[in-house]
Design a protein. Structure first.
Length: 268
C-alpha cells in the first residue's frame, strides 16, 4: 500500500469572507494535486475565519450538506484528492451551532463530519455547543482516518480512544495561538508516538482579532519524528503517511499491548 501524500495548508484565509476562503482552498487543492497529494487538510474554522463576532458565527454557520460543502465536494472531485476543512456547522434539525470539521472524499462524497468536543476559552463556549461523539472515522486510501479539532488533541484520553479504535492518521485542524506553541512543537509528536499513529496538525497563522496564531503545522509520525514542519507564515507543506512505517512501528512499540486497562477505571 503506497504512502498517502498529505498537504497541510497553513493559512488563515480572510476573516468573514467565505467566498474568498473557498477560492484559497480551490487554489491550494490544485497545487496539492499537482504535487501528488491525495489529501489536503485546512485549519480549524477555515471556511469563515476564527475570530468572528458571536453574531457572525451564527450568521455564517452552514449545514454539513450546505452550499459550501457542495462547492468543496466539486473542488475535491475536480482535483482528485480528499479535503478536510473546518467550519461553523448549524444542525439542520435543532439549529444548534458546532465548531466542526468535515472530510470530503476525492470523488466529492462526504466521508465524515466531526463536532469539536472540548471547547477552549470564553469565545468558543459562548459561540458553540460541544459535540458528544469523541471518535469519528473514515477510510481513505487504505488508512483509517480520524478527526478531532485543536484543543481536543490536548486530552490524552481523547487520542487514546482513537488509538484503540484503530485510527492510523489523525487529522487535527487547529487554531493554536500564542503562547501555547509548545503544543505543536512538543505535545503533538508525543501523542503520535504514545498512540502509534500519524497526526496531521494544521494551524492558522498570524494576527486575527485578539489572537496571534503561531503556525508550526506538522505531520508527526508514530516513530516520534516530525515528517514535515511549517514555519510561522502562510505556506503549504507536504508529508507522507506511510502504512509500512506505521506497521513496523506498531510491532516495535509495546504501549498499546502493555497497557493494563483494568487499572484505569478511575479515569471515568
Amino acid at each position: 500500500m503506497p504512502p498517502l501524500r498529505t498537504a497541510l495548508l497553513q493559512s488563515s484565509g480572510r476573516l468573514g469572507d467565505v467566498a474568498e476562503n473557498l477560492k484559497v482552498l480551490d487554489e491550494a487543492a490544485a497545487r496539492a494535486a499537482q504535487a501528488g497529494a491525495g489529501l489536503l487538510v485546512a485549519p480549524e474554522m477555515f471556511l469563515t475565519g476564527y475570530a468572528l463576532e458571536i453574531e457572525d458565527v451564527a450568521r455564517l454557520a452552514e449545514q454539513a450538506d450546505g452550499m459550501s460543502a457542495r462547492t468543496i465536494g466539486e473542488i475535491a472531485r475536480r482535483n482528485g484528492l480528499a479535503v478536510l476543512y473546518g467550519y461553523p456547522e448549524r444542525d439542520a434539525d435543532t439549529g444548534t451551532v458546532y465548531n466542526s470539521a468535515q472530510l470530503i472524499g476525492p470523488d466529492g462524497t462526504p466521508l465524515a463530519n466531526y463536532r469539536k468536543t472540548h471547547l477552549f476559552g470564553g469565545f468558543e463556549r459562548d459561540a458553540f455547543t460541544p459535540g458528544d461523539t469523541p471518535v469519528v472515522q473514515a477510510d481513505l486510501n487504505g488508512l483509517r482516518i480520524g478527526i478531532m479539532i485543536c484543543y481536543d488533541v490536548e486530552f490524552p484520553e481523547n487520542v487514546r480512544a482513537h488509538a484503540l479504535a484503530g485510527t492510523d492518521l489523525l487529522l487535527v485542524p487547529t487554531a493554536q495561538m500564542h503562547p501555547f506553541q509548545f503544543v505543536a512543537e512538543q505535545l503533538v509528536p508525543v501523542r503520535a508516538f504514545e498512540n502509534q499513529m500519524y497526526i496531521a496538525y494544521v494551524n492558522r497563522t498570524g494576527p486575527e482579532g485578539e489572537f496571534e496564531f503561531v503556525g508550526l503545522s506538522c505531520l508527526a509520525s508514530p516513530d516520534g519524528t516530525t515528517r514535515t514542519r511549517a514555519g510561522r507564515g502562510e505556506e503549504m507543506v507536504f508529508g507522507e503517511a506511510d502504512p509500512e512505517l506505521l506497521r513496523a512501528s506498531r510491532e516495535t512499540n509495546p504501549y498499546l499491548r502493555d497497557r493494563r486497562a483494568g487499572l484505569y477505571a478511575s479515569l471515568i
